[in-house]
Design a protein around this ligand. Structure first.
Ligand code: C2G
Length: 432
């Protein structure tokens, strides 16, 4: 007898899940299905799961393919299950290729081809909780933009657009997407949320066209260096009733929300200074951002924390030929100062320190990921440590935030306001 095991969340049960279970069953005689428990999904960073565990189990049961259903309750449960149930084959969708190779010591692994484009089937029409996600890019480097949104239940990553037809084709093949387009209008037709991952001089036209077609948009920032033009685009999104989110993932981390309101809420007294540094390679190893794109991150976070009422901004830039290699940007406020150190190729610490009249908040490294921070109020005997679950590269939390916005479940209090947008773009223009 051949025993097969497979695992999944099986949220918003669809044709892709059905096909996977059918194919897994066909691999042997006895199929065990592990349905992920709620705490395990939280632990592994799966977000926005809609159906209860009981409903998800019922849906798996209703297919008639499962001979036994178990609950996957913790990270590291798969191998003990395989040993316990004498499993011969571990089957999983091909979108997980390479991620489960360690299991190969205990049984055979079979990657089953994932079902493409399930979102445009009848199921999607009957279930408006599912949204198609498409990527606009001119490079094959994905920076996890394919795998991260998949971790958010209800999002289906289906297509890519590139002005370079060979990139569109290769990208969709490498990441097993349903389609690669080099016609933007066609690409937009079956897409609900568009991520614009393009060099700055091309962002605006793609954003405007997507909004015109009533698509929700995520865009690398700044969209344009022209503050007026940017305000018009933000207002245009508003008028069209679509969400326009900037890709500054820090803003969507739970810990950032906490830090922001603790810093602004006087927990360390009046704010006196903030210093943060960022270097391109630590931020993202293959980062394609230029200096202004990278500088957007600290300027945005400083603006959120300290406000946009600065008195003056100075910058000192060190150039390597024509290119800016390193820069320090200083903002003077009436009774406070902020310093952003931005480095293209030199490594800098990646720390953030916020000093107040009664205490200090510190993040020792990679503050833009914001999984952890320490708050010290000098009137208390000990520092307090705050951490929150942070998985992947953080992009999934942005996807979760835009999804809640679209579903009108919540509106984020850490989002950049119109006047903050204007201030950030004006500061970028002063950095010369
Ligand atoms: N799947 C598929 N085609 C789709 C969508 C999903 O073949 N269009 C497959 C997935 O590859 C997976 C299974 O259906 O094998 C269940 O998918 P999910 O419910 O999204 O679960 P997942 O997050 O992939 O969890 O321990 C859990 C496992 O790691 C998989």
């Amino acid at each position: 007898m051949t025993t097969v095991i497979t695992y999944g969340t099986f949220d918003l049960f669809h044709q892709g899940h059905y096909n996977l279970l059918k194919r897994a069953k066909e691999l042997g005689d006895f199929l065990i299905v592990g349905v992920t428990g709620e705490t395990y999904d939280v632990e592994r960073g799966k977000l926005s799961v809609q159906d209860s565990l009981a409903t998800r189990i019922e849906n798996v049961k209703a297919t008639g393919f499962a001979d036994k259903i178990i609950v996957e309750e913790y990270l590291g449960q798969k191998i003990p299950d395989i040993i316990k149930y004498h499993v011969d084959i571990f089957a999983i969708g091909s979108d997980w290729k390479g991620k489960f190779d360690h299991i190969g010591k205990y049984c055979q692994i079979v990657y089953l081809e994932r079902t493409k484009n399930i979102s445009s089937t009848l199921l999607r029409e009957s279930n408006m909780s599912i949204y198609n996600f498409g990527i606009v890019t001119d490079s094959l480097y994905d920076n996890e933009t394919v795998i991260e949104p998949k971790i958010v239940s209800g999002i289906h990553v289906e297509s890519v657009y590139s002005p370079k037809p060979d990139v569109a084709k290769q990208f969709s093949e490498i990441y097993e997407l349903n389609a690669g387009f080099s016609n933007y209008k066609e690409f937009l037709q079956d897409t609900d949320i568009v991520y614009i991952k393009m060099p700055r001089n091309q962002r605006k036209e793609y954003v405007v066209e997507a909004i015109r077609n009533k698509k929700h948009v995520i865009c690398d920032m700044p969209i344009t260096m022209d503050a007026e033009e940017e305000q018009e685009i933000l207002n245009y999104a508003n008028r069209n009733g679509v969400s326009l989110f900037c890709n500054v993932m820090t803003l969507y981390q739970h810990a950032f929300g906490q830090l922001l309101w603790m810093a602004r809420g006087n927990l360390i007294g009046d704010l006196v200074s903030i210093k943060c540094s960022i270097s391109r390679s630590a931020f993202d190893k293959k980062c394609e951002f230029d200096f202004m794109d990278l500088a957007y991150y600290p300027i945005c976070v400083i603006t959120k924390i300290m406000g946009s009422e600065y008195d003056s901004v100075h910058s000192k830039l060190i150039k390597d030929g024509e290119e800016i290699a390193y820069g320090v940007i200083t903002f003077d406020y009436q009774n406070a100062v902020a310093v952003a150190e931005v480095s293209m190729d030199l490594d800098v610490s990646g720390s953030m320190t916020i000093v107040g009249t009664n205490g200090e908040i510190t993040i020792p490294e990679d503050w833009w990921r914001m999984g952890y921070f320490k708050l010290r109020n000098w009137s208390e005997p000990r520092a307090k440590h705050y951490s929150s679950n942070f998985e992947g590269n953080g992009f999934r939390y942005l996807i979760q935030a835009i999804l809640s916005d679209i579903r009108m479940e919540s509106s984020d209090t850490t989002r950049i306001t119109l006047s903050e947008h204007r201030s950030i773009t004006e500061i970028l223009n002063m950095v010369q």
